[in-house]
Design a protein around this ligand. Structure first.
Ligand code: PLP
Length: 454
């Protein structure tokens, strides 16, 4: 059998190219990787392949060891023009937020300690004061993410009971993840009302029974129903619910704190508008249009928030100190009014066409003849502002002379250090400067040139 032609574990361990690994990592760990590689090599042989040589195996062992110890998630350059890219970690953080994470993670802090009084304190008092100011709410609570926030709210107020949701809002938010499924995990029964495009107060009215405790409103954040549509205004819905002694819980998704219509974009629900309309509890994410770390933020009536905060599940879903610090620093930008300069996603959303075009031209000039500059569209992404696009300029790389075409070049770009993620359109690789930080530009261009020139 050809298995015998494979080198032994001991022989591989003695190879010169394995030495540097043994200097850095334990022998037991390197040995375990060698075994995995040899196992795969034997499988290949039984499937009819020729046995790998010692050099090939050493190379595979080396690559696998390095791949496993690289800290993940690792940095990538996003030239896709999708600003809040869920697969790429949603919102990049501001420098202030990063500094806050570092300082809170480095040593001890007053996380749950009242420094002035010298006794136990609460972990989010200061943040909540900012949130109350920014949303007009009586109180708030921060948990791990928006899904956790919904889970907590529904568990505390609706477990074993019914809630009513409009059919047009029963949404899947990506990755096969459906908001109604999260709601049902809280032991809550959902009654869907209305139709996909139209829901009226009378539909809610008909669905309510003695088991109903709340109306749940969900912002359909990643799609748009156009044309013949209807849904009650928020104040109207709240008035109706309160008359029937029902709570209104509003999942607004993105948690945008700026009125985006002033940038020519469609209206995106603001927490302050829901609070003003009288909604009891408003739920949103920290890492979408807010531009901060992953977080689930709940604002609303103080008595309700207090009940949620003292529920055992709140402890299981709480935030860690580094992300709390980042969230606080992010909210500070809204207080100071430097959001558009300091928060990366807002810098990207409001970048001017002329600035982007000038960057694209500069890139093209360095990359050379295979590149052209053309107009295109960037998108917001991350289940925010569906269908809204921003006019942009991209560098288009002609791949007709590249072996394997655009698909092969894209694959090669993903395997660089740092990996480069780009869009393919009509056999061209498109590079959108909008989602590339100015500090990443030189690296990006030199990697692109290396790939093009082989
Ligand atoms: C994104 C989104 C969620 C989930 O938020 P996470 O912070 O990712 O848990 C829930 N509801 C809506 C409407 C969303 O857009």
């Amino acid at each position: 059998m050809k298995f015998r032609e494979l080198p032994s574990v001991d022989k591989i361990l003695l190879n010169n190219d394995i030495k540097p690994l043994l200097e850095q990592y334990s022998r037991a760990w390197v040995t375990s990787i060698i075994r995995v590689v040899l196992q795969a090599a034997r499988l290949d042989i039984s499937n009819g392949s020729e046995p790998l040589t010692l050099d090939q195996i050493v190379q595979l062992v080396y690559e696998k060891c390095i791949e496993l110890v690289c800290v993940r998630p690792m940095k990538v350059i996003n030239t896709t023009g999708v600003i809040i890219h869920t697969n790429l970690g949603r919102s990049p953080l501001s420098q202030d937020a990063l500094d806050a994470m570092e300082s809170s993670g480095k040593g001890y802090g007053d996380l749950e300690f009242d420094i002035k009084e010298g006794k136990r304190g609460s972990r989010d008092t200061y943040i909540l004061d900012l949130l109350k100011y920014l949303t007009g709410a009586e109180s708030g609570l921060i948990v791990n993410n928006n899904a956790a926030a919904m889970l907590l709210g529904l568990t505390v107020f609706a477990q074993g009971k019914n809630v009513v949701i409009s059919r047009s809002e029963s949404v899947e938010i990506g990755g096969g993840f459906r908001v109604p499924d999260v709601i049902e995990q809280s032991g809550v029964r959902i009654k869907e009302v209305g139709t996909t495009n139209r829901t009226f107060i009378k539909d809610y009215e008909n669905a309510i029974d003695e088991q109903t405790v709340a109306i749940v409103k969900i912002h359909p954040s990643n799609f748009k129903v156009m044309g013949f549509t209807a849904s009650p205004d928020l104040p109207e819905l709240v008035e109706f619910a309160h008359k029937r002694e029902l709570l209104v819980m509003h999942d607004i998704g993105s948690g945008c704190l700026l009125d985006v219509t002033r940038f020519g974009l469609a209206y995106e629900p603001l927490p302050i508008d829901s609070v003003k309309a009288g909604v009891d509890l408003v739920f949103f994410s920290g890492d979408k249009l807010l531009g901060g770390p992953q977080a689930g933020i709940i604002v609303g009536k103080k008595s309700l928030i207090n009940r949620m905060a003292s529920h055992p599940m709140a402890r299981a879903l709480r935030m860690d100190k580094t992300r709390l610090a980042a969230l606080h620093a992010t909210l500070n930008h809204y207080i100071k009014g430097d959001v558009l300069e300091k928060i990366p996603i807002w810098r990207m959303i409001t970048a001017t066409s002329i600035d982007i075009k000038n960057r694209a031209i500069r890139w093209k000039n360095i990359i050379g003849d295979v590149a052209t500059v053309k107009s295109a569209y960037s998108t917001i992404g991350g289940g925010s502002l569906p269908g809204e696009t921003l006019e942009t300029w991209v560098v288009a790389i002609n791949c007709s002379g590249f072996k394997g075409g655009a698909e092969a070049m894209s694959c090669l770009l993903r395997r660089q250090d740092p990996p480069i993620l780009a869009r393919i359109e009509q056999e061209q690789i498109l590079l959108d400067p909008r989602t590339v930080d100015k500090h990443e530009e030189d690296t990006l261009i030199s990697v692109i040139k290396d790939v093009i020139n082989g």
